[in-house]
Design a protein around this ligand. Structure first.
Ligand SMILES: *Cc1c(COP(=O)(O)O)cnc(C)c1O
Length: 345
């Protein structure tokens, strides 16, 4: 049975065109810099993000960790959102492997960190204090609903960083969704950032891989740390070939996912017992809760949905996140709405 899988956009399997490009990819040993397909992917990524250089990494988590290790020394502090992926979902890598201390700042409902809160959390020079070195933003902000941060806000944070001698890193796992939703070029959106990580393996449908971009010198140091972490890969053009299709084709179709997410949210709003977050969806994620009169738990509903051929992931006992991606078509959206209707009534 083919499930309709709304658990995440990480479940996207490579397209037939990707499979073909992977089979035919020209390859070499990328640790020697000899893989022409990886070099093409990195060149294309740097150009699209408007940065000097790019590095292909096995995962977004490794990309963020490498960025943190390049920007910071042991004992440095990083300002991060208290609902950010780096703070919550990267296994504490910055502390465990970098001796870096996170300084969590409250994520506002719109995904931002309030400018005043950032300013207040920059440490003053004092023998007792850690040294603030970096600010991290997440765009789109996943837990706040997949909400995109704007060009204007990112500029404000970039200015603030420069004025205080700090760097700005963007966890842009879904930065292309953020750009598509706001009809801006991704390079405008990340212009104020010193470094950016984005994922090829989510809405862009590649099977594996993320990219870290920044100035050439930053990327050279990142390449060294990638090797240190065991992330130097050999004939990895077989995977990079799919990433090239992600950048050239998949980045252009993300608004289709956003439109389907809106259609799904509209459909679910008609079902008694479900409360879709008022502003959801901002991009490709629909967040919803069970209303108080529903006695069934989100976990029980998840079981029933599976019987109807739809995979969903409960956020907690009362809440779901549904993610639209390349493999969800209009009929899958309709079937999902019907399945929820049946599961609840
Ligand atoms: C998925 C994700 C990452 C990490 O990517 P992996 O490839 O799963 O390690 C980082 N940040 C955000 C916001 C993500 O959604």
């Amino acid at each position: 049975m083919e499930y309709i899988d709304l658990r995440s956009d990480t479940v996207t399997k490579p397209t037939p065109e990707m499979r073909e490009a992977m089979a035919e990819a020209e390859v070499g040993d990328d640790v020697y810099g000899d893989d022409p397909t990886v070099n093409r992917l990195e060149g294309l990524a740097a150009e699209m993000l408007g940065k000097e250089a790019a590095l292909f990494v096995p995962s977004g988590t490794m990309g963020n960790l490498i960025a943190l290790l390049v920007h910071c020394q042991r004992g440095h502090e990083v300002i991060v959102g208290n609902r950010s992926h780096i703070y919550l979902n990267e296994a504490g890598g910055m502390s465990a492997l970098g001796g870096i201390q996170p300084c969590p700042v409250e994520n506002q409902p719109d995904g931002t960190l309030a400018i005043d809160d950032i300013l207040a959390s920059i440490r003053t020079e004092d023998v007792h204090h850690p040294i603030t070195r970096l600010i991290c933003l997440e765009n789109t902000q996943n837990i706040c609903g997949g909400v995109p941060l704007t060009v204007e806000y990112t500029r404000q944070v970039g200015d603030l960083a420069r004025q205080n001698g700090l760097s700005l890193h963007i966890d842009g796992a879904r930065i292309f969704n953020a750009a598509a939703a706001q009809s801006v070029l991704v390079k405008e959106l990340v212009e104020p950032a010193d470094s950016v990580m984005f994922c090829l393996s989510k809405g862009l449908a590649a099977p594996v891989g993320s990219i870290l971009v920044g100035p050439s010198e930053f990327v050279s140091r990142a390449r060294h740390i990638r090797k240190m972490l065991g992330g130097g890969m050999r004939q990895v053009g077989v995977i990079a070939a799919a990433g090239i299709i992600s950048l050239e084709k998949m980045t252009r179709r993300l608004n289709e996912d956003h439109a389907r997410a809106r259609r799904l949210a509209d459909g679910l709003r008609q079902i008694r017992g479900l409360v879709v977050d008022p502003q959801s969806p901002y991009t490709n994620m629909v967040y919803l809760s069970l209303s108080e009169e529903v006695s069934t738990s989100a976990h029980q509903i998840t079981q029933k949905m599976k019987e109807y051929g739809v995979l969903v992931d409960p956020e907690n006992a009362r809440r779901f996140r549904l993610v639209i991606h390349y493999w969800i078509d209009d009929s899958a959206v309709e079937k999902t709405v019907s399945a929820f209707q049946k599961a609840l009534h």
